[in-house]
Design a protein around this ligand. Structure first.
Ligand code: NAP
Ligand code: ZN
Ligand code: ZN
Length: 356
């Protein structure tokens, strides 16, 4: 069915939203823009809970806009399309990650790196709507409208609740492991075994590396091995840490809270690379000495572009890789946040949107 694309019409929608930084999420009724000629209207089936959602709800980065509807690990079904939409039809299974628009003209957009759009990408929530006057609202909601170019194809042979986290946790770990060419014969550490970390373990193992989990939680050792790790280092145990000095070619740092980067840099071999994807809100202090004397590199990485996200989803479908999830009722969201802040999730909460 082709939608009525009148921009005067708005779509009544339901969500859970934070009204202010210090408050719990609560039910919220609002409207979304109508389906434009290049837009797709999606019924949201599942939405993963990323730690970035918590950072934004708590205004950790000082850039949140309220009411704030979090959620950027979205899987759903196409309900309706605009009359110029080419890629999708009603009934298709699709996904949306962290991006819903970009300028499409800058060097980075032209090079399939929309996440680094030089004019500023439009994020799935708490971001100014491109060409509109409001803000974007994310996936803790019954439906969403998105330009077809920012919608991903999802293979519906995979369990869709377990696919949802691939849209952020998946691409955020896949992209740096690919960029730095992680492969067999390399020693790779995944720092922090949460939503991102457990996907990092699965990808690094699938790419053939020797994988070590660096964790503060002794209770996660057995899980780490089941997820595909070969070694587990409890970072509060001095003996285990000493045995990993100058050991790794590559460390993927997924830690969400303040931590000492130097402690982990010391585990890199000469010319080793540590890539930060975790986003503590406090700045790190890294003396140049700790990089210079072993020729070590410290880098960062933001999600991935649209083409690479599709490549990752296709790789997961071909290799039967999905996320380990705890499916929750929408009403459980505030407890889920509290548990994630205590590193207590195995390994991603995913909201069943039928419970909204
Ligand atoms: P998560 O599921 O809560 O996992 C974070 C893990 O970090 C915890 O499970 C814990 O693992 C470890 N950790 C927590 N506090 C720690 C501390 N003080 N010291 C050492 N380790 C600690 O979070 P997530 O959803 O994976 O997200 C992780 C971070 O990545 C967040 O900051 C998020 O905003 C960011 N992020 C970035 C991007 C990007 O594009 N760069 C994309 C998505 C998310 P152990 O129990 O194993 O120690
Ligand atoms: Zn995320
Ligand atoms: Zn751009």
């Amino acid at each position: 069915m082709v939608a009525d694309t009148s921009s005067a019409v708005r779509l009544p929608s339901k969500a859970y939203a934070a009204m202010a930084a210090s408050e719990d999420l609560v039910p919220w009724d609002f409207t979304r823009r109508n389906v434009g000629p290049h837009d797709v209207l999606i019924e949201i089936l599942y939405c993963g809970v990323c730690h970035t959602d918590i950072h934004f709800v708590r205004n950790d980065f000082g850039m949140s806009m309220y009411p704030l509807v979090p959620g950027h690990e979205i899987v759903g079904r196409v309900l309706n399309i605009g009359d110029h939409v080419k890629k999708y039809k009603a009934g298709d299974t699709v996904g949306i990650g962290c991006l819903v628009e970009s300028c499409r003209e800058c060097d980075n957009c032209k090079n399939e790196q929309e996440q680094y759009c030089l004019k500023g990408s439009t994020y799935t929530y708490s971001s100014p709507e491109k060409g509109g006057d409001g803000f974007t609202y994310g996936g803790y909601s019954n439906q969403i409208v998105c330009n077809e170019d920012f919608v991903l194809k999802v293979n519906d042979k995979l369990p869709l609740d377990k696919v949802a986290p691939l849209l952020c946790a998946g691409i955020t770990t896949y992209s740096p492991l690919r960029k730095w060419k992680v492969t067999a014969g390399q020693r790779v550490a995944i720092l922090g075994l949460g939503g991102l970390g457990h996907m990092g373990v699965k990808f690094a193992a699938a790419f053939g590396a020797e994988v070590t989990v660096l964790s503060t939680s002794a209770s996660k050792k057995d899980d780490a091995m089941k997820l595909g790790a070969h070694r587990f280092v409890l970072t509060t145990d001095e003996g285990q840490v000493l045995a990993s000095q100058n050991y790794f070619d590559f460390i993927l740092d997924t830690v969400s809270a303040e931590h000492d980067y130097n402690f982990y840099l010391s585990m890199l071999r000469t010319h080793g690379v540590m890539v930060c994807v975790g986003l503590p809100s406090t700045p790190a202090v890294v003396p140049a000495f700790n990089l210079i004397f072993h020729g070590r590199s410290l880098s960062g990485s933001l999600i991935g572009g649209l083409a690479e996200t599709q490549e990752m989803l296709d790789f997961c479908a071909a290799n039967n890789i999905t996320s380990d999830v705890e499916v929750i009722n929408m009403k459980y969201i505030n407890e889920a946040y509290a548990r994630m802040e205590k590193s207590d999730v195995k390994y991603r909460f995913v909201i069943d949107m039928a419970t909204l």
